[in-house]
Design a protein around this ligand. Structure first.
Ligand code: PBG
Length: 322
């Protein structure tokens, strides 16, 4: 007997019927970049279609996000107020704290997640406190991260997402949040975050590139799968509500591995470099727009429950009707 798998591809209705993986706007997280100043909505050069917004310009943007059916945002703050110990990162009137308060004053329909890290606020651009040799001091950094997370919770964040890759930061943050009564504020841990070349456009957007050296003493070696599983296990033990693999497209095996081993929600971060490569290829006519959908679908198929992606608004065209 000849096998005829094409029978299940015969029409769009049949293809829709047998589709194994579906994307849903409700599982997407849309990152936004907030800058100091007024009346600013300016396209980020390294990330076509992604903008810097000043806080007063968030009204229209939040409305637009909600109109796209997006329910989750992740806020990144961009500031010139930098020092060696990231003081502006935990200031009550810091850029992220003000942005969170603004979004919360506009709507209750968005889950507001904040990125917790020091690199946007340190003058040296590293994700922690440096010792005399320029090495990031893990344990002194934990206290600062906990302060940043707490200040985000106090501003109204629903969930905090530590992206620094220090050892023990999930436990340190959980402890401080609980001590201050923020038991409902969740932790989305960047658990398996690799020292990737695909963060380039983001560092441009967030003004967070390290002034010297690289992040290889804290972010993971791209070659390591088993170590990624260990990082995930430790974060769950310390109290992470969800764990993340980052980047996504070059790490689909890591996403699948985490999905198969752990029962907490798995988040994947479809990062700036992955976004800009596809966007630029589309703008040059080298790829169809549908490539965006295919890329994000592959992350879901690999096992991600939740996807952080700059494509979220673009995907509304494909999700549902596709
Ligand atoms: C902060 C942080 C980075 C990203 C998210 N949070 C940059 C980095 O680690 O250098 C990258 C996101 C992206 O590339 O889209 N530590």
């Amino acid at each position: 007997m000849i096998r005829r798998p094409r029978r299940l591809r015969v029409s769009k209705i049949t293809r829709d019927l047998v589709r194994e993986t579906r994307l849903d706007m409700k599982v997407l997280v849309y990152p936004i970049f907030v800058v100091e100043g007024e009346n600013i909505k300016s396209e980020i050069k390294s990330m076509p279609g992604v903008y810097h917004f000043s806080i007063d310009k968030l009204d229209d943007e939040i409305e637009d996000i909600i109109n796209h059916g997006i329910q989750n945002i992740m806020i990144f703050g961009v500031t010139h107020d930098k020092d060696a110990c990231a003081s502006s990162g935990f200031a009550e009137d810091g850029i992220v704290q003000r942005a969170v308060r603004k979004v919360k004053s506009l709507t209750n329909d968005l889950n507001v997640i904040t990125d917790v890290c020091m690199c946007e606020y340190t003058d040296h651009g590293h994700c922690g406190i440096l010792d005399d040799t320029g090495y990031v001091d893990n344990d002194r950094t934990l206290a600062v991260l906990a302060k940043i997370a707490l200040s985000h919770a106090q501003a109204g964040a629903d969930m905090v997402a530590p992206s620094d890759m220090m050892d023990g930061r999930v436990g340190a943050i959980r402890k401080v949040l609980d001590e201050h009564g923020f038991v409902k504020v969740g932790i989305m841990a960047y658990s398996a975050k690799f020292a990737s070349n695909f963060y380039g456009p983001f560092r441009d957007a967030a003004d967070s590139a390290p002034a010297f050296g690289d992040r290889k003493t804290y972010q993971m070696d791209p070659s390591n799968f088993r170590e990624a599983m260990l990082e995930c296990a430790y974060d769950i033990e310390e109290g992470a509500d969800m764990i993340m693999v980052k980047p996504a497209l070059s790490y689909l095996d890591v996403i699948r591995g985490a999905r198969d081993r752990f029962d907490v929600p798995i988040v994947a971060y479809n990062v700036s470099g992955e976004y800009s490569m596809i966007k630029l290829a589309i703008s040059q006519g080298l790829l169809n727009e549908e490539a965006m959908y295919e890329a994000v679908m592959s992350i879901k198929r690999a096992g991600a429950d939740i996807i952080i992606t700059y494509f979220a608004k673009d995907l509304v065209r494909y999700i549902g009707s596709y």
